[in-house]
Design a binder for this molecule. Sequence first.
Ligand SMILES: CC(=O)SCCNC(=O)CCNC(=O)[C@H](O)C(C)(C)COP(=O)(O)OP(=O)(O)OC[C@H]1O[C@@H](n2cnc3c(N)ncnc32)[C@H](O)[C@@H]1OP(=O)(O)O
Ligand SMILES: CC(C)C(=O)C(=O)O
Length: 516
Amino acid sequence: MRTIEVFDTTLRDGEQSPGINLSREEKLEIARQLGRLGVDVIEAGFAAASPGDFESVAEIAREVRGLTVCSLARSVQSDIDRAYEALRDAEDPRIHVFLATSDIHLQHKLRLTREQVLEQIDAAVRYAVKYMSNVEFSAEDAGRTDIDFLCQVAEVAIRAGAKVFNVPDTVGYLTPQEYAGKIRALRERVPGIEKIKLSSHCHDDLGMAVSNTLAGIEAGITQVEVTINGIGERAGNASLEEVVMALATRQDFYQAKTNIVLNQIYRTSRLVSKLTGFVVPPNKAIVGANAFAHESGIHQDGVLKEKLTYEIMKPETIGVAESKLVLGKHSGRHAFREKLTEMGYQLSDEEVNELFKRFKDLCDKKKTVTDDDIAALVDDSHTVERSDLYQLEYLHISAGNTAVPTATLRVRLADGTVVEEAAVGNGAVDAIYQAIDRVTGGATELVSYQIQSVTGGRDALGEVRVQVRQGEAVVSGRGVSTDVLEASAKAYLDAVNRLAAGQGRSAGAARVKAGV
Ligand SMILES: CC(=O)SCCNC(=O)CCNC(=O)[C@H](O)C(C)(C)COP(=O)(O)OP(=O)(O)OC[C@H]1O[C@@H](n2cnc3c(N)ncnc32)[C@H](O)[C@@H]1OP(=O)(O)O
Ligand SMILES: CC(C)C(=O)C(=O)O
């Protein structure tokens, strides 16, 4: 089994993402975590870019042990000098020299001929090798470089002393077959290439960075340049977690492994996301919030019976506690029952079926159904069971800053009779309560009214609690709904139902409790 070296460039190419600017302390924190993650090389920055970058590279070189620390440098002596100075205290330093090799870059950017480029590569690598033996050369835009010229470039760099030859698909242009073809051609045609490390560095402009990296490995790449969460210039780089987990999960296919400590992957991803401010999309492979979450009933049923049905890797492998069954409108009874059991409810099949209907109704109104929502549903269903003289069937409110608040409602009585009433009030809630009083015919006084959100977000469940008095009797009522006016109606009816069931306390005791 081959071991593929992981060269992490989160702190160099990753930081080149528009919108990311890490402080020295943040870079050091990430570098330390990359050490725990077990990467082989950290590209700590581009020392010549700024005094801040220089200091970051120097600090990481001083502090982080047990791996190679590297700095990028253009093919000019001043950049190589700065890289060397910054890496002076590293346990195992590497200078990473680069120069573009595609005709487009030569003609428009560098304004050099191919001969001049070969000379500059030779001179730069030889200059860097004077400082240290561990020198990497990158042929920038190798992806669009003519293969004959790329072979010449590799030959010159290797002859000058490069120990690593990197083949960047700088603009993410190649297909996996083309990238693998380039690697095979280099291996077949460049003398001495088998004695050095051959490296990939793929960008994601067409969404093929990971595929190209993996195709490169199939073709003989021995080092992969990657970033955490795939951050990097423009659309980003090949993501470390995807490449590493593809190798780990499909060892049968790739016959290759890495030194990465897999259970540090999730933690590293979270840290980089937090410090860069780049949120990981929920559907991101490996580290996205949904990567191990199942919502649809058929999948949840399968996972409950055997995780292998829908999980190709274990969440705990990458450091995620466990996979989740997310309850939503696509969920089925198996997962719903499992959730109720997990929450400590022991309910009959009939109760679960009844709750399941109400859960589905709630899912149509609410994007995410949380444990609190489910607890509220269960509590609410118990309320209905206890007091079922009046049940709300229909509620319509008309209100506004210039309209007279009006409530129209339909209530079903225990004997099946349906009563409809309408009333106006001081506000929408008052109008509802007036209309309910008309239905029940009771002279009921509202003692207290409280409203709160059960869960977070704009689609949260609202919970209304009321106390009402009828003569000497005072009772409480509770109602829950995504619509606070419906919750208000349900709470009042709950209280009225308790009164009807003779559950009221004496007004004296209630006054003490309610502080009235
Ligand atoms: C594919 C990649 O990711 S490469 C890395 C990209 N990263 C960065 O550029 C981040 C850090 N860069 C910087 O801070 C600045 O660009 C610096 C400090 C390196 C240089 O800044 P400046 O001296 O102001 O030059 P500027 O960036 O405007 O232009 C780049 C110059 O370097 C030249 N150049 C580009 N690549 C190389 C190279 N590999 N070797 C030698 N010269 C190069 C360009 O041709 C241009 O030269 P010119 O001034 O003669 O036209
Ligand atoms: C400097 C090289 C490795 C690079 O970042 C690229 O070509 O994308």
